[in-house]
Structures are given as structure tokens and as C-alpha cells.
Ligand binder design. Structure first.
Ligand code: PMP
Length: 426
């Protein structure tokens, strides 16, 4: 098996963005075949984009094309098909590099998703460095994926997990954060955007504060990458994780960005094919970056699909997407606030298009079930953020999460459904 990769055709993300006015925001949903269906004879209003997003035709066709014409294993076959598959896979890495504005393609590691990216950093970066009494700092707003991996590594090493408190509106208390940063802190791991509240954390400021004390920072970008432009060099974050399926790409694929100097000194996360340069029973030499962290046959079609998703996002322009989603956020917030007894959980000044709410009269699951009958898909539950629910003294919220392909019509359908909820529950 050969693992050296010498001839990679680069296909960096070349920005082809339209202007805001050039995009017909009311018709972009045409690009998403699934959105055209009816549910219970009603047009579908898909408002659970924070859980996963729908896929544009360009992504579906790219994956189909890959399996129809190019499928072979990567990095190992010395024949045309394998070279094409390798080329497609590695071209996606270059697109991700461009998308995040990473300094080097070696800093882009393909993983299963945000969850695996964080576990990789916990086990390969944190574990060898942590000693009893050391501390990892997270916020109250974290998804379980950015809590449990740290609890596991703390149990393995005797380190402690410290939690940055938040205000009632869902903003990080920066003074408390400053006080929590100490010479025992080994890593700060925080969400870029909260999946349950929509709060956009002041990550730039928080990174600068941590770096002043030489503390590295991991950003959980699962909710940020699809909605706001991310520049890892400008942020100067040390690790950045995101999932393909939330940014209009396929499931089972994601990205860990890490600064070269850190990734280079980290031991492999998993052993197997492709992550080695030489193996004997006595000794194994590991492959270079990023392959050292990509053991086994990777999700080739997933990476190829992610590349197509990033091209699609780039064709609309992330800046334009952010602007459109802010419009929808304002429209939906105002509409929901007209419902008697409705309380929005998460009213941070800087928010992405996520609205969590509770009603005095109805449980979130009842709200979601009634809306479903109207063809409106929203999420109800703890949103994998149980400690956050505890912070607000509630078991669950109903959550509307919007993408650029949603429209004011979808929000009107939501409001029709909310009228039914009110009629039934008062
Ligand atoms: N972090 C955040 C903020 C999320 O919203 C999610 C997905 N809901 C994750 C991590 C985990 O992502 P995945 O399940 O794709 O690994």
C-alpha cells in the first residue's frame, strides 16, 4: 500500500458570490428538492435547520456522480479511477482550507463530524498534557458534544472541568471568564454559536483573553460555519470543528482545523491504514499531516459532497446568507412574540437565526406535534444541552431554526400552527 501523496490537483474555493440583490431569496428553495414535498397534505415548512440542513441538488448530484463514475479507494491505487477519487477528495480539502482561510491544507483533517473532532482534540491534544488539578474551561451553553469529551478526559487525568456562567439573556459573563482563566487552565473549549439559544459568543475577545495567558482555544463551529463567515487566521483560534450536514453537505463528514504546530506534535487518534508511512512488528512510523489523523478508508463521498456544499454556499455568499437569515430572524421573532404567554429563551444582542421558546400553557413536545400536523417541522427538547436547560430551570424548549432557504411564508405557516396550539391549550 502506498501512502505518499505527491500529485494533488488543487481546486481552491474561488469566490463566485453574487451580490445580495442578485440572489432571489424567495426562489432559492427551488434548489432543494426535498423542500417541495407536502406533509399531511400541507406544504413543508422545514424549521429545524440547527439539527441538520437540507441538501441542494448540486450536492446530491455531485455525490451521485462520484459513485457513478469516480468511486475507488483514495491514496492507494495507481490507476486512473483511484487517482480521480483521490483528486476529488483532496480538492475538497482545499475548498475547506479556503472556506476557513486556513494557512495550510495540512491543517484540515476530515473526521465524522463536530463530535469526533472534539473527541480527537480531547484525546490527542488534551490527554497527554493534562495533570491532576489542571482545568478545562467551557461555557454553560455547550452542546453535550463539547461537554462529555472533556468530562471523559478529566476522569482519565484528574483534571477539572470549569464552567463559564451566562446571563439571563444567554450571554457569556466576560468578567467571570476573565477570573476563571488561570495558570491551571490548559484549554478553553467554547461554542462559536449556541445551538439552543442562538447566541453568538464573543469568541474573538475570548480568544485574545486566553492567548494573553498562553491558553489555546477550541471553537465548536457546528452552528457557526453554515451561518457566518469564519476566518481561523483572523480569529487565531487553535482548533475549529464543524459538521458537513449542517452546512448543506452530507452526514458522516466533518472537519477539524488545527494549527499545524499543535497537530504536528499530537499523537494519532486512531491507528490503521493510511495514517502510517511504514509498519513493521517492531515499529510504526506515522504518516504526515493531515493523514496521521485519517486512519482507514475515509468518507470519500462525504468529503466530495461537502466540497460541493461549500461551492454552493460560496455561490450565494456567506455574507449574503447571514443578512438574509437576520431578516428572517427578526420577522419570526416579532411574529412569535405576538403569541400570548410565549417567552423566548435566549435574547442575546448578537444572535444567529435560532429561536428557542416556551409557552406557559403547552409543553414543547405538544407544540411540535401540533405544528407537525400543519407541515411545520420544529424541534422540541433539551437540544443536547441539558445543563443549559437546568440553568434556565426548564426541561425543554421549542426551537425554530431558520436557513436562508426559508421564507416569510414558512413563518406564516408556523404562526397558523401556533394559533392551533393556542386554541387547544389556551
Ligand atoms: N456542537 C453544536 C453546537 C451542535 O449544534 C452540534 C449538533 N447539534 C454538535 C456540536 C454535534 O454535531 P454532530 O452531531 O454533527 O457531530
Amino acid at each position: 500500500m502506498t501512502t505518499s501523496i505527491t500529485t494533488i490537483v488543487r481546486d481552491p474555493l474561488v469566490s463566485t458570490s453574487a451580490t445580495y440583490e442578485q440572489v432571489n431569496w424567495r426562489s432559492v428553495w427551488n434548489d432543494f428538492p426535498l423542500l417541495k414535498q407536502r406533509v399531511y397534505s400541507k406544504p413543508l415548512a422545514y424549521l429545524d435547520n440547527a439539527a441538520t440542513s437540507q441538501k441542494p441538488r448540486a450536492v446530491i448530484e455531485k455525490i451521485e456522480h462520484y459513485y457513478r463514475y469516480d468511486n475507488a479507494n483514495v491514496h492507494r491505487g495507481v490507476y486512473a479511477l483511484s487517482e480521480r477519487a483521490t483528486q476529488a477528495y483532496e480538492a475538497s480539502r482545499d475548498k475547506v482550507k479556503g472556506f476557513l482561510n486556513a494557512a495550510r491544507r495540512e491543517e484540515i483533517v476530515f473526521v465524522r463530524g463536530t463530535t469526533e473532532a472534539i473527541n480527537l482534540v480531547a484525546q490527542s491534544f488534551a490527554r497527554p498534557r493534562l495533570k491532576p488539578g489542571d482545568e478545562i474551561l467551557i461555557s454553560t451553553m455547550e452542546h453535550h458534544s463539547n461537554i462529555v469529551p472533556w468530562q471523559i478526559v478529566c476522569a482519565q487525568t484528574g483534571a477539572h472541568l470549569k464552567v463559564i456562567p451566562i446571563t439571563d439573556s444567554g450571554e457569556v459573563k466576560l468578567d467571570a471568564y476573565r477570573q476563571l482563566l488561570s495558570n491551571r487552565t490548559r484549554l478553553v473549549a467554547i461554542a462559536h454559536i449556541s445551538n439552543a439559544l442562538g447566541s453568538i459568543l464573543p469568541v474573538q475577545e475570548m480568544i485574545t483573553m486566553a492567548h494573553t495567558q498562553g491558553i489555546p482555544v477550541l471553537l465548536d463551529g457546528a452552528q457557526a460555519a453554515p451561518h457566518i463567515a469564519v476566518d481561523v487566521q483572523a480569529l487565531d483560534c487553535d482548533f475549529y470543528a464543524f459538521s458537513s450536514h449542517k452546512i448543506y453537505g452530507p452526514t458522516g463528514t466533518g472537519v477539524l482545523y488545527g494549527k499545524y504546530s499543535y497537530l504536528d506534535e499530537m499523537p494519532p487518534y486512531q491507528g490503521g491504514g493510511d495514517m502510517i508511512s511504514q509498519v513493521s512488528f517492531e515499529q510504526t512510523l506515522y504518516n504526515t499531516l493531515p493523514y496521521k489523523f485519517e486512519a482507514g478508508t475515509p468518507n470519500i463521498a462525504g468529503a466530495v459532497g461537502l466540497g460541493a456544499a461549500l461551492d454552493y454556499v460560496d455561490s450565494l455568499g456567506l455574507v449574503n446568507i447571514t443578512r438574509r437569515e437576520q431578516e428572517l430572524l427578526e420577522y419570526a421573532t416579532e411574529a412569535l412574540l405576538s403569541v400570548k404567554g410565549l417567552r423566548i429563551i435566549g435574547t442575546a444582542k448578537h444572535k444567529a437565526s435560532i429561536i428557542s421558546f416556551v409557552l406557559d400553557s403547552a409543553h414543547p413536545h405538544d407544540i411540535s406535534s401540533i405544528l407537525d400536523r400543519e407541515g411545520v417541522a420544529i424541534r422540541a427538547g433539551h437540544h443536547c444541552a441539558m445543563p443549559l436547560m437546568d440553568r434556565f430551570g426548564i426541561p425543554a424548549t421549542a426551537r425554530v431554526s431558520l436557513a436562508f432557504y426559508n421564507s416569510e411564508d414558512d413563518i406564516e405557516r408556523l404562526m397558523v400552527g401556533m394559533k392551533h396550539v393556542q386554541a387547544l391549550f389556551g
